[in-house]
Design a protein around this ligand. Structure first.
Ligand code: GLU
Length: 300
């Protein structure tokens, strides 16, 4: 049997919505169809953005939707020492530098590439005189970082041109998502990351950090992101509706349809156990649409 370990890694910025269900379901079914394990990690490393009670609500909602995860939930809020060790390791390799740029300066000066800001490298060769360090950035290479996404195919990015040196420790002292996710995927021996396509463009950054930290690179599969009628990704900011446990079976059936699995229409009215049985028996990643984003069902 092949070893497979997948995961779902929600950020507790609000309740789960249809888009989060798609990521949870896709990662869980893909793991189970390989006879693998499926872990849950709470990405609560950003207290200013966390909503009180959201982490517990997310876990309760997963239970109400009859998700079963392996082992204890890892919580990023308890792991800052491990992230600090990774920072020290990157430092020792000469991969990091202090950055004095403020948000305001960056928004004035950063190059804008397809809506994303590229850090122009202002502090790369040392802080300007008299300036204090805010964040810590990692140097990025000017060659392409490529990987084969199981759903989206060959993906390649030249980080220097498309992203710039990026932050691994923020001005407020908190560790950045890109660093924590890499450290934790390795710590949990994750072999396969299945998640929303909104994180596709983060993957080359994560591979860069894996290489610097000499960590294995998991396989990646990016599911279409669920968007609303205006084309915006479902999120707390876009007022996505929280998942309703009273409609768990019908919502999972809708998520299966979103993921191209063509469930029979009557599955939407079946018992939750039956929906899971059907899902586990029929899940096929090859049927997932190879699109970046798809509209969520109107009632989701
Ligand atoms: N915590 C991230 C989010 O909720 C997901 C991280 C990941 O799957 O790598 O968007």
């Amino acid at each position: 049997m092949t070893l497979y370990r997948g995961r779902f890694a929600p950020s507790p910025t609000g309740p789960l919505h249809f888009g989060s269900l798609v990521a949870a379901l896709g990662s869980c079914l893909e793991a189970r169809s390989h006879g693998g394990q499926w872990l849950v990690r709470m990405e609560d490393l950003d207290p200013p953005r966390a909503q009180p009670g959201a982490a517990e609500l997310i876990l309760r909602t997963l239970e109400d939707f009859a998700f079963e995860w392996d082992g204890a939930v890892m919580r990023q809020s308890e792991r800052s020492e491990t992230y600090a060790q990774a920072i020290a390791q990157l430092h020792a390799r000469g991969a990091l530098y202090d950055c004095a740029c403020t948000r305001k300066e960056l928004s004035d000066s950063a190059l804008v590439l397809e809506g994303e800001r590229v850090y122009p490298g202002t502090c790369r060769n040392g802080l300007p005189p008299g300036r204090r360090a805010h964040a810590v950035r990692v140097r990025v290479p000017n060659h392409a970082i490529a990987f084969a996404d199981t759903i989206r195919g060959s993906i390649s990015q030249i980080l220097e041109r498309e992203v710039g040196d990026f932050v691994v420790r923020r001005a407020d002292g908190l560790h950045a998502y890109q660093l924590a996710v890499v450290v934790d995927d390795a710590a949990q021996s994750i072999t396969d990351v299945v998640r929303g396509a909104d994180l596709l463009a983060s993957t080359p950054r994560q591979i860069h950090l894996q290489r610097l930290l000499e960590l294995p690179t998991p396989r990646y599969a990016h599911l279409p992101a669920a968007v609303n009628a205006l084309g915006a990704k479902l999120s707390k900011q876009t007022l996505a509706r929280p998942l309703d446990p009273a409609r768990a079976a019908a919502t999972i059936a809708a998520a299966l349809a979103f993921l191209g699995q063509a469930p029979p229409p009557e599955l939407a009215r079946a018992a939750l156990r039956e929906v899971w049985d059907w899902s586990l028996a029929h899940w096929n990643l090859d049927r997932v649409p190879r699109q970046h984003a798809l509209p969520a069902p109107a009632d989701a």
